[in-house]
Design a protein around this ligand. Structure first.
Ligand code: TMP
Length: 215
């Protein structure tokens, strides 16, 4: 049986990742490709426990290096218990965030030396990376306005990163664009300023082109 493909969505706040993940799963299923959605931090029971620690509470609750380590603890469990078993069964895995978020948020945003993050990745996961990464890009003001609306309408208090300053979010956007230009084979930047249908058209084009399917 062919191994499943691993696709990740990345980007700053308010880019509409979760909508695109759902639509991609539906399109893959209609094309006869089994697929599951997952997210980071999270995606396995113990990793969701770690998520709770990361996304709520005071902005300065953790240091950026502690955030790297907590995210990699959650990620190691997620990969071992959810992602690899699915890929081994031929199931495609679509994740809302993965390792590039650590590089962007804690590296470019939080100022952790990028080589240290690369070394931690290697120590924990060797060279395991997605087959395709779709970076939903939009201006910071627009993303934060959208994320603010979403948070006002839901009962969670997962807003710790949204509350970080404007400079942090600008560094984040630049970080994701730099990650994409460093690894153009794996990463596609998608303009998320347009409506969800237009974003999804770009997502399907990228998946078809990069992974040789027709959805
Ligand atoms: P979400 O808002 O996309 O659900 O992601 C939760 C928050 O966690 C988001 O603000 C980004 C942040 N995050 C990191 O800072 N580092 C990471 O490695 C990951 C996966 C997420």
């Amino acid at each position: 049986m062919a191994r499943g493909k691993f696709i990740t969505f990345e980007g700053g706040e308010g880019g509409g990742k979760s909508t695109q993940v759902k639509r991609l799963i539906a399109a893959l299923e209609s094309a006869g490709i089994r697929a599951i959605s997952t997210r980071e931090p999270g995606g396995a029971p113990a990793s969701e426990d770690i998520r709770e620690l990361l996304v709520s509470g005071a902005v300065d609750r953790w240091t950026p290096m502690a955030e790297v380590l907590l995210n990699y603890a959650a990620r190691e469990i997620h990969v071992a218990k959810t992602i690899i078993p699915a890929l081994d069964q031929g199931i495609w895995v679509i994740s809302d965030r993965f390792a590039d978020s650590t590089m962007a948020y804690q590296g470019y945003g939080g100022g952790i030396d990028r080589d240290r993050i690369v070394n931690i990745h290697k120590a924990v996961l060797n060279d395991f990376m997605p087959d395709l990464t779709l970076i939903l890009d939009l201006p910071v003001e627009q993303g934060l306005a959208r994320a603010g609306k979403r948070l006002a309408n839901d009962a969670s208090n997962e807003d710790r990163f949204e509350r970080m300053g404007r400079d942090f979010h600008n560094r984040l956007r630049e970080g994701f664009l730099a990650i994409a230009s460093d690894d153009p084979k794996r990463c596609r930047v998608i303009n998320a300023e347009v409506d969800a249908d237009a974003v999804f058209a770009a997502v399907t084009d990228a998946v078809n082109d990069a992974l040789g399917v027709t959805i």
